[in-house]
Design a protein around this ligand. Structure first.
Ligand SMILES: *[C@@H]1O[C@H](CO)[C@@H](O)[C@H](O)[C@H]1NC(C)=O
Ligand SMILES: *[C@@H]1O[C@H](CO)[C@@H](O)[C@H](O)[C@H]1NC(C)=O
Length: 855
């Protein structure tokens, strides 16, 4: 308000002085004024960071940049970097120092609110004796969006300083953080001079826009990122951050005019510019609306030409085009009518600004989306007279913004469809591979660079490979295990089970592996929530290239799942094996892992009946594995994180990566390297390295105890005798006092009979020797019996008889706090997926497991 008043005053003075030199004078005055006024008008939720060490730095435009070291808002990942500086004169202070990274590094910048933020990056190849920044080649990623890929000044010439402006969404699960990753290419370095962040006011970007050629409005979801390609002040001067309350830069349109003779600049008094509802200085400053280009020799009735501006852009991207209008040339309403064309297509016919604004000199803007197809490198914007005879012809444009929109793979640099070239790419060309991967990628450059190097390395040694070329499967699976008589693994046809999905589909489904969609992390890699093109919600498991579980497990899982279909087994929807990716797509289990429903999260505690139903379901799944298929299958990794629940809490057994075919008729066991998860491992299997279905039964016994007590299988934070649930619960069970250690949430609702059967079942499962353990079929039968008893007693409670219940939990029951901070109790299950061989672990915690006799 204060500022507006001042401006009004200034304009008044200028008006009095006459109009001839008005604009120049105005600008001068404005600049002086702004240096006073604008410094106090700092954008909401903004930070200014310069990359170097020292004191806060005040620029000529009045803005104060804080150093990136020791900054409370921005933290820099500890990595090898160095600051270089020079004393070059004539450049902004911001460009006297740069931070140089020899390895992938990240800035994590806290914002005050979620939502879209402007991110401006300053690059200036500071001259110094140590590094040649001009030849640096690097990539930049922000919140999962690829901003720059393989960027280098050596490619673009001496166009610096370079200020790149982006709009990035801060939010989702990534919370109030902007994570900026700079990743040097192999053997090169990365650098940056300054970072600006400012909140984008709500309503600044449309949720949909009219496409060119004209059609139904296209949606612009908030996760779409923008890269400002051009921001132009038609007919006016360059506007710098001090002229714009959101620190934007507006360029002059002169270099883009196709024929300068067709246009003439016009300007009006700043004070005359009105902002109707829905438009404000945040959309564009009045300096933009107060100037325009109009047709040269306007108002000559028979002139017939367009004013055209041409902008060079990257092919294969969609662009948001915002045109700013303000009728500063007419003397009456409805006298200025013209056509607008984008890329030779009619965007608006017979456009009359005043019909929208009902006033002259009123700000107005329109958005369009145009797709710049492959092979085209230009956006042509034209305004010109319509085929009307009776009106004086004129056309104007006051401002123009062209924003590149991130593609479905969340990239703003590189074209996704170039992916098709991948299979034809020269195998040994590391750089081509790097480029292609990143075109596809859009995921953290950190993973990218290291992964690509490994992958390229592998490719050199591997013969030409087509997607899914690893079919048929090898005739046996297993690691070093050649004795495994699993020769019955036959080749399967891909059509049998999940379909083959293209990497592009996976990218799209996961918003290019958006961190906010991560459901969990395991030894295999990350699991993302995704939505396929057909709207089906899925869980997408992507192998970490450095995962311990490798190709063998990946294939095992597909092999197993394509053979098996059961209500209590998680089904495979598809998989992807392009580009050395190993990705499995499963049905999405909305309820998450059983473990999360038991403890360590704030989900509602499960009732005893629900727990019994879940255990029964899981037992059915395992029973089917052991007996239902042609050959018996041993899961080998039964645990509460591998039992998933759907939205109705139906339990399904997941994760067949470690599965093995069971013993054939002439064998009693499969000999194998010990694999599985600590706390669940059958001691006999460990001792004798012989695998039978009874190993799964043991692990399932651990699961039953976990369900009953709602605590982790192994919790090192507890007193020694309590660390291992199997051991501890068995002690109480043998004393006949299992109810002493049950989940306090169950108190009062568990029927003693039901608990007794449950406890006995778990006890049998945990028997020392496999031969003493029941089959999964017996376990299932007993659990169903326990469920029946519970249901019957619930019925009798309803009928008014509660004698058979545990009245309440006695005082002596220790309440088990979920152990946090030791990594054991995290729901993400990072620790328990460890599939290391047991012989390597001899820590005290596990010693009891290693020597079962010690119990
Ligand atoms: C407007 O046009 C005049 C004359 O053609 C030129 O001298 C002046 O620089 C232009 N102003 C801007 C801001 O382009
Ligand atoms: C203006 O440009 C459009 C699209 O390129 C074209 O169709 C139209 O004929 C042009 N108008 C004039 C008067 O040249």
């Amino acid at each position: 308000m204060y500022m507006l008043l001042l401006l009004n005053f200034v304009s008044y003075v200028i008006e009095e002085m006459g109009d001839t030199n008005g604009l120049c004078f105005l600008c001068l005055l404005y600049v002086c004024l702004n240096s006073v006024v604008c410094t106090s008008a700092i954008p909401v939720d903004s930070s200014l960071i310069y990359c170097g060490e020292g004191e806060a730095m005040k620029l000529d435009d009045g803005r104060v940049f804080e150093p990136d070291s020791g900054n409370s808002i921005a933290s820099l990942s500890a990595n090898s970097y160095i600051v270089v500086s020079n004393t070059e004169l004539g450049v902004s202070k911001l460009y006297t120092s740069a931070r140089v990274f020899t390895r992938t590094s990240t800035y994590t910048i806290s914002t005050k609110q979620i939502g879209r933020h402007w991110l401006r990056l300053h690059f200036y190849p500071v001259e110094n004796s140590q590094y040649n920044l001009e030849s640096a080649v690097f990539s930049v990623v922000a919140n999962g969006i690829t901003l720059l890929h393989g960027f280098s000044f050596s490619k673009m010439g001496k166009k610096y300083p370079l200020i790149k402006e982006y709009v990035i969404e801060v939010g989702g699960l990534s919370s109030k953080k902007l994570v900026l990753t700079l990743s040097p290419w192999d053997g090169s370095i990365a650098f940056i001079n300054g970072i600006e962040i400012a909140f984008v006011p709500n309503g600044q970007f449309p949720s949909s826009a009219v496409p060119i050629p004209l059609g139904a409005a296209v949606d612009i979801p908030t996760h779409v990122a923008f890269d400002t390609a051009y921001r132009i002040n038609m007919g006016g001067p360059l506007l710098t951050p001090k002229n714009d309350i959101l620190w934007r830069i507006w360029e002059s349109d002169k270099p883009f005019l196709v024929n300068a003779a067709t246009a003439r600049n016009v300007s009006t008094d700043l004070s005359l510019v009105k902002y109707p509802a829905g438009v404000s200085v945040e959309i564009a400053p009045n300096l933009v609306y107060a100037t325009a280009q109009e047709m040269a020799d306007a108002n000559v009735s028979d002139q017939k030409f367009n004013i055209s501006w041409a902008f060079e852009v990257d092919e294969g991207f969609s662009y948001l085009i915002r045109m700013h209008f303000c009728d500063i040339v007419s003397v009456a309403l409805n006298s200025l009518v013209f056509n607008i064309y984008i890329n030779n297509q009619l965007a608006i016919e017979s456009f009359d600004i005043s019909s929208k604004t009902m006033a002259l000199s009123a700000a107005y803007f329109i958005d369009f989306v145009v797709n710049v197809s492959m092979g085209s490198h230009q956006i042509l914007v034209q305004v010109g007279p319509p085929d009307l005879r009776d009106l004086p012809t004129n056309a104007i444009l006051n401002g123009l913004e062209i924003m590149k929109m991130s593609n479905p793979c969340d990239s703003l640099d590189g074209n996704f469809s170039a992916y098709n070239i991948v299979s034809k790419a020269p195998k040994n060309d590391k750089h081509v591979m790097l480029l292609l991967f990143s075109l596809l990628g859009g995921f953290a450059a950190l993973v990218l660079c290291s992964a690509v190097f490994i992958l390229c390395f592998c490719r050199q040694k591997r013969p030409k490979r087509q997607p899914s070329s690893w079919f048929p499967l090898p005739t046996h699976v297993g690691n070093s295990d050649t004795r495994a008589s699993a020769g019955s693994f036959t080749s399967i046809t891909p059509s049998l089970g999940g379909r083959i999905l293209a990497f592009s589909e996976i990218c799209e489904a996961t918003k290019n592996f958006d961190e906010s969609l991560v459901l969990g992390v395991g030894g295999f890699g990350k699991v993302y929530r995704g939505v396929l093109e057909n709207g089906v919600v899925v869980a997408i498991k992507r192998a970490n290239p450095r995962s311990q579980q490798g190709l063998v497990e990946f294939r095992t899982e597909i092999e197993m799942l394509t053979k098996l279909r059961h209500r209590h087994l998680v089904s495979l929807i598809g998989y992807c094996e392009e580009l050395n990716e190993m990705i499995l797509v499963y049905e999405f289990m909305a309820g998450g892992p059983l473990r999360k429903n038991l403890y360590g999260s704030d989900l509602l505690p499960l009732t005893w009946k629900q727990r019994l139903e879940i255990c029964t379901g899981a037992a059915k799944g395992l029973h089917y594995l052991h007996t239902g298929a042609e050959e018996s299958i041993i899961h080998r990794d039964v645990k509460t994180t591998n039992i998933l629940l759907d939205e109705n809490l139906t339990a399904k057994v997941a994760d067949f990566g470690l599965s093995k075919l069971g013993p054939t008729l002439d064998q009693t066991h499969v000999s194998t390297v010990v694999k599985g998860s600590f706390g669940y491992l059958d001691p006999e299997y460990f001792r004798r390295q012989q695998l039978t279905e009874k190993s799964d039964v043991y692990s399932f016994g651990v699961v039953l105890m976990e369900v009953l007590c709602a605590r982790p299988a192994i919790n090192p934070a507890l007193p020694r005798e309590q660390v291992n649930i199997a051991e501890w619960a068995m002690n109480w069970q043998k004393k006949g006092q299992l109810e002493q250690i049950i989940d306090p949430h169950l108190a009062g609702s568990v029927t003693l009979d039901s608990l007794r059967i449950f406890g006995e079942t778990a006890e049998k499962c945990l028997a020392e020797y496999g031969t003493e353990r029941p089959s999964m079929g017996d376990v299932l039968w007993n659990l169903e019996y326990a469920l029946q008893l519970q249901e019957a007693s619930m019925q009798s409670i309803a009928d008014g008889n509660s004698a058979n219940h545990i009245p309440e939990i006695p005082d002596l029951i220790p309440y088990i706090e979920p152990a946090n901070g030791n990594g054991v109790d995290t729901v993400s299950d990072q620790e328990s997926d460890v599939t290391a061989t047991m012989t390597t672990t001899t820590t005290g915690v596990f010693s009891q497991l290693i020597n079962p006799k010690g119990r």
